[in-house]
Design a protein around this ligand. Structure first.
Ligand SMILES: [Fe+2]
Length: 199
């Protein structure tokens, strides 16, 4: 029984067309996300079966591989949940927080777009809750696991690795980000926001 498993998408591969073609979504989920799951399991299995007295450099290499692949698995799982074919509108406490902290969704989206466009190479735009203050924050993760504040609770993520958009959008990362922002599922984001406040 593998430790980590590829989750089913919460919608069909063609459910986000035309802005996210089925071919892109299927490749992204069944190949790219699946590869992170496989990598996480392979690394975790190797760590669990180390011979006594193993070279500590090899151990740390395996831990680094596990971190990279497991972060990729966790972030992709959240990415699928961050979007919906017919996304819910913002409401409730989260809507109030967006208004109070950012001035509104236009301003929040501008910040998320800037965070995505500012990623050097591959990474993610992130809407999160600051673990110390409970405030909403906009930021970015580079690769899968750099620039992350320990304990941060990610509410929604936007994949800006080229595999997410290059088949259709070529080098137009901002065009891709704009479409994802239009399809953020605020019901799920709100549920994660509420859960973070109750902990
Ligand atoms: Fe991805």
């Amino acid at each position: 029984m593998p430790r980590y498993e590829l989750p089913a998408l919460p919608y069909a591969y063609d459910a986000l067309e035309p802005w996210c073609p089925a071919e892109t979504l299927e490749l992204h989920h069944s190949k790219h996300h699946a590869a992170y799951v496989k990598g996480a399991n392979t690394s975790a299995d190797a760590l669990a079966n180390l011979p006594e007295g193993e070279d500590p450099h090899r151990v740390q290499g395996l831990r680094s591989a596990l971190t990279f692949n497991l972060a990729g698995h966790v972030l992709h799982s959240l990415f699928w949940e961050s979007m919906a074919p017919e996304p819910a509108k913002p409401s409730g406490d989260l809507e109030t927080a967006v208004t109070n902290q950012f001035g509104g969704h236009k301003q929040l989206n501008d910040q998320l777009t800037a965070a995505c466009m500012g990623v050097h190479g591959s990474g993610w735009g992130v809407l999160s809750v600051d673990p110390c203050t409970g405030q909403l924050e906009v930021g970015a993760f580079e690769d899968h696991h750099h620039l992350i504040v320990p304990g941060v609770k990610a509410l929604a993520v936007i994949d800006v690795w080229e595999h997410a958009y290059y088949l259709s959008y070529r080098n137009d990362r901002e065009g891709w980000v704009t479409k994802v922002l239009e399809h953020l599922d605020w019901a799920g984001i709100s549920n994660r926001y509420t859960a973070s406040a109750n902990r």
